[in-house]
Design a protein around this ligand. Sequence first.
Ligand SMILES: [Fe+2]
Length: 480
Amino acid sequence: MQAVLEALPHEFQQFREVVETFSKLVLQSRLFPARHPSVERALGLAFIHLDAALQGKKSVKLIFTNGVMCWLNFELDLTDMQDKAMHLFRETLVRQSIGEIEFMNGVTKDEIAAFAALLAGSGPKQAANCASLGVRIERICVRHGYRAEEPAAEETAEVAPREPDRRSAPRSSGAAGDRGVMGKVVQGVLDKLEKIQSKDGTTARAKIIEVIEREGGGTATILLLNSLQEYDDYTFTHSVNVAVISAAIARNLGLGEEFVDRVAHAALLHDIGKLYVPRAIIHKAGRLTPGEWQAMKRHPVDGERILREERFDLVSRRVAFEHHMRHDLTGYPTPKLGFEVHKASEIVRIADSYDALTTKRPYRRQINPYQAVKLMEKGSGGEFRKDYFVAFMRVLGNIPIGSMLRLTTGETALVIGMNAGSGDLPRVRVLTDAAGKEVSGEIVIDLNELDPATNKPKRQIASILDQAVRDVDIGQYITS
Ligand SMILES: [Fe+2]
């Protein structure tokens, strides 16, 4: 790659370096406060490249249209970029309707830092970051009016108001700024939660929002979840599933509602360190190379660091750091002898393994819930803490929720929960009739129910089908 780059015209290399280093700066500003070493490092590089590009020029103008960044007669298609910083940068420009950024000669490091903080987001953290920098951005101009499918009205505006205390967002809309952008971010996450739903239309949203409000103080958690969702949809959905399952295990263990919420919140952010793992590695279909595997294994360390920087609670930080450690102290990061894994991490580890096994991934075959539990049982007492695994089994029942059954009537049914009363057999929802035709409406049956005429079960389980089902909101059933 380096050899190819070296063969390209000098101006194109320069252009590319400006965009790449500036994208990284925006990403770091999104994650960390101003003056943080990671931000400072990224700022140093962005400044060097921008300064070099400005030599002998009055200004440089980056024009952004339909996902493509242009400079002079060069183009860089940001939609093709695998790099997460570039991806987030493109998303930011689209979301904030930015069509052009002009850097004037003489632009200072502080101006670039403040501009990146503004672009990074409009939450309280970024607003505080920008205010703490205390600079006026005079040598950077943006032109709103990103040209995509829906053209917006063009207008030129200074990126930020002159008064530091009024700076809120890089939008010309002024007062609407902060609340408007923040509202969109929150709504985006809520909309996404809404989509994680079962066939009967129930969603994980209400439970998760409760947890976010009670535990995360809302904003910071939503911002991180938003970053995660923009970065990788699977990781976001997986995190919500793991939160729901973890909460159910904690509740079954009788650990108290306060702890249940804390575990659920920690589970939501357990994989946040994956923001630092290149997307190409996350989505790779084949086996990871040793180098790629090393990069993947760093996510617990990075996750803990992000949460520490954002002053999250200790349980969330420990879960992010420990969720790949096993009960027998194997796993990663390698713990010291005698290390005690936090009980929240032990719970999240079980939920994480279960959801990962029952989900289709490019590199792994999806297995059904019954097979997953059978496979995981082998790790009870070793990989998984035994009494917690027993609680997990109690939550799922002997035939786990999400399993597909063939009944003696010829119908197929989905296990949706255990009977609240007596009896060992689950409640099921009939999906198809004996002829294989999809049934209309919701038919829920308790398999413990006896036919009063014969005093025998109306329906019995003929077999557990080798069929994985993933569009089920597990939490809807296991937390009720
Ligand atoms: Fe993980």
